[in-house]
Design a protein around this ligand. Structure first.
Ligand code: AMP
Ligand code: ZN
Length: 661
């Protein structure tokens, strides 16, 4: 036998054993023998690169490195699925689609909703050519090299497959593999992975495919796509299975809502013992013809729907409640729980949000509470088990005073949170505010971290953010962990922060309810701190997205002499309290009257009006002979257009308007 023949033989054997194992559930040889054959093949291939085959079974071990994953456009969009949560909602869906269909629908498939990362694979002449992640639905990343390492993804097909087609599936990491991976990480003092789903999608984006090969990923296939001649979804997946794809046996073909609900119930009971995670069931109209008639909405197919199971719940003991003070003084109660494992992570705490929530849940210390983890990181407490409430359980007395500065707490009408009003003196708030100020999203001051701020505060060097600008070398050098270099860094960082734009400074002040977006809006609209401080409630409310809560908070902030003093100090140190936009304002629209009409892409109507005024123009309310031009957005009314035409008044697009400026 020549070497070429031996290589061919080995490849065929290995493909066959793989097929037998994954599709026919037959163990024809031992793992050891399989590995021996694979090693022989690898050795021969290494010696004879002229026989390279991109779909050789040796691809499973990986080895290639991808630096940048290529972006690929999907031939057919990868849609989401609409969700239902109850039998009623499912029934409504069925009625809705039968109405569109114009006739009863009597055949469905039910599949599990595997919780992993979706993938689209292209096969040409029975060989895997490309595997692309879902991405944003229309474009994803080419992760072919990594996908080839997944053991149950067929690299070569057998049987009567079409010459070209796409197939979709979900790449999952079974729970056992996930736990083993985390044990290794913990042993190496690395942060454990959060859940199998994220770990699966992260595994697809590893640069070194041999690293992906070491993760026990699997792929479950759930849809063929392309121009194929199958009459039902069931038929197409049964075919796909025969070519070598893992189409889970849990898929069933059913004909009534009752049967579907029974399927859902059966799997709800069984899902806890599955070796991988599912988050529901997917119900699909079986007939391809009916699928085509039903079509798609912008986001999802009408012919399919998911039924989501309720998140996993566990009960555990509520040991105590502690209270955290935020930088704005808001108090958050936190439940300290007896540790339990929930959906793959150890849970020790849960947020209780506020006093009302505790009251609503009617909790006592010592209760066994139900915790639930949805998609979010912090678990929720859903209730308690009355049967396990002992006589000794303690009522939770919500604190009346700040756990830090001991000031009596307040509660603003209509707000859920208690807060510590001692803004000027409460250490946690002061430190928290300064930490917020230097943070990446605000002033982004290099050289000062959260710990440094706490240190500076406890050393009595800073009491508010303005004090940061007073810091001197000689004060810092004697401090612990402050080498010359760190001091230089810190001072340089503080100096550089004077260049940050007004909206960052405004956000950095940490005024309640003034987040990044609101700070930007306010800075843009009012242009300067002076204007903002003088603005009336009405003027503030007239700004997009600014409501009562923000107005009250701003007014409370600006009424404090300490805050005013701090802002004045900061201004004296050279921080910017004016938007560049105003400084750039011109007089190009002087003497001009401009009407703004329609909907705009980049700015709101009010922002555009403001820009006109800032640049010397007048905003007209309706089109007349006095109008200089109309700033016309999308869907401007036809009657207005006609009027402008009649009067010979030009229409200017949003883009042209910016160009004018
Ligand atoms: P969602 O992301 O919640 O909108 O659900 C859509 C996703 O569910 C798809 O992108 C698939 O990746 C995934 N999925 C898991 N199992 C199935 C299945 N049996 N049929 C269709 N989609 C599935
Ligand atoms: Zn306090």
């Amino acid at each position: 036998m020549t070497i070429a023949e031996r290589i061919k033989q080995l490849r065929e054997q290995l493909h066959r054993y793989n097929y037998a194992y994954y599709i026919e559930d037959k163990h024809l040889i031992s793992d050891f023998e399989f590995d021996q054959l694979l090693k022989e093949l690898q050795a021969l291939e290494a010696q004879h690169p002229e026989f390279y085959d991109p779909n050789s079974p040796s691809m499973r071990v990986g080895g290639s490195i991808t630096k940048n994953f290529q972006t690929v456009t999907h031939a057919e969009r990868m849609y989401s699925l609409d969700n239902t949560y109850s039998p009623e909602e499912l029934g409504d869906w069925l009625k809705r689609i039968e109405k569109i269909n114009g006739a009863p629908i009597t055949s469905f498939t039910c599949e599990l909703k595997y919780d992993g990362a979706s993938i689209n694979m292209t096969y040409v002449n029975g060989e895997l050519q490309k595997a692309v992640t879902r991405g944003d639905g229309s474009q994803g990343d080419d992760v072919t090299a990594n996908v080839k390492t997944i053991k149950n993804v067929p690299l070569k097909l057998s049987g009567d497959f079409p010459p070209v087609f796409d197939i979709r599936g979900e790449i999952i990491l079974p729970l056992a593999g996930f736990e083993a991976l985390n044990e290794k990480r913990l042993a190496a003092s690395e942060e454990p992975y959060r859940n199998p789903r994220n770990t699966a999608s992260g595994s697809l984006k590893l640069q070194d495919s041999s690293e992906t090969a070491r993760r026990p990923l699997e792929c479950f296939f759930y849809a063929l796509s392309g121009d194929l001649n199958y009459t039902t979804h069931w038929e197409s997946l049964t075919k796909a299975r025969s070519w070598g794809f893992t189409v889970p046996k849990s898929m069933e073909q059913l004909s009534t809502l009752e049967q579907i609900l029974d399927y859902i119930n059966r799997w709800d009971k069984k899902r806890a013992s599955l070796p991988f995670e599912i988050d529901g069931v997917v119900i699909k109209v079986n007939s391809i013809e009916e699928q085509e008639a039903l079509g798609f909405t912008a986001k999802s197919p009408r012919w399919a729907i998911s039924y989501k199971y309720k998140a996993e719940q566990l009960s555990t003991r509520l040991n105590s409640v502690s209270y955290q003070v935020g930088r704005t003084g808001a108090i958050t109660p936190v439940a300290n729980l007896a540790p339990v494992e929930l959906s793959g992570t150890i849970v020790k705490r849960a947020s209780l949000h506020n006093a009302d929530q505790i009251e609503k849940l009617n909790l006592r210390i010592g209760d066994y509470v139900y915790v639930e983890k949805g998609g979010e990181i912090i678990p929720k407490i859903m209730g308690f088990d009355p049967a396990r409430r002992g006589n000794l359980s303690d009522v939770i007395h919500y604190i009346t005073h700040c756990p830090d500065c001991k000031a009596p707490l307040q509660r603003i009408e209509g707000e859920a949170q208690h807060f510590c009003p001692n803004e000027a003196l409460c250490p946690t708030q002061i430190i928290g505010k300064m930490q917020h100020f230097v943070g990446r999203k605000a002033m982004d001051i290099d050289g000062i971290g959260a710990e440094t701020i706490a240190l500076l505060y406890h050393q009595g060097l800073v009491k508010n953010i303005a004090d940061l600008y007073r810091l001197k070398r000689e004060q810092l050098l004697p401090l612990e962990r402050m080498a010359e270099k760190s001091v230089d860094n810190l001072l340089a960082g503080v100096e550089a922060s004077k260049e940050r734009p007004f909206h960052k400074v405004l956000f950095g002040l940490g005024i309640r309810h003034v987040g990044e977006t609101v700070a930007k809006r306010l800075a843009q609209h009012f242009g300067s701190m002076r204007n903002l401080m003088q603005a009336s409630a009405d003027a503030l409310l007239a700004v997009d997205d600014i409501g009562e809560k923000i107005v009250e908070s701003l007014q409370a902030y600006f009424i404090s002499p300490a805050n005013i003093q701090m802002i004045e100090d900061m201004a004296a140190f050279g921080l910017s309290f004016e938007s560049e936009q105003v400084m750039q304002s011109s007089t190009i629209f002087e003497g001009k009257t401009i009407v703004v009409s329609g909907v705009f892409e980049h700015k709101s109507r009010n922002e555009l009006k403001k820009m006109i005024e800032d640049n010397g123009g007048k905003v007209g309310s309706s089109i007349s002979s006095k109008t200089t031009f109309v700033l016309a957005g999308d869907s401007m009314g036809p009657s207005k257009k006609e009027k402008a035409n009649q009067l010979g008044i030009p229409l200017i697009s949003e883009k042209a308007f910016y160009e004018l400026l």
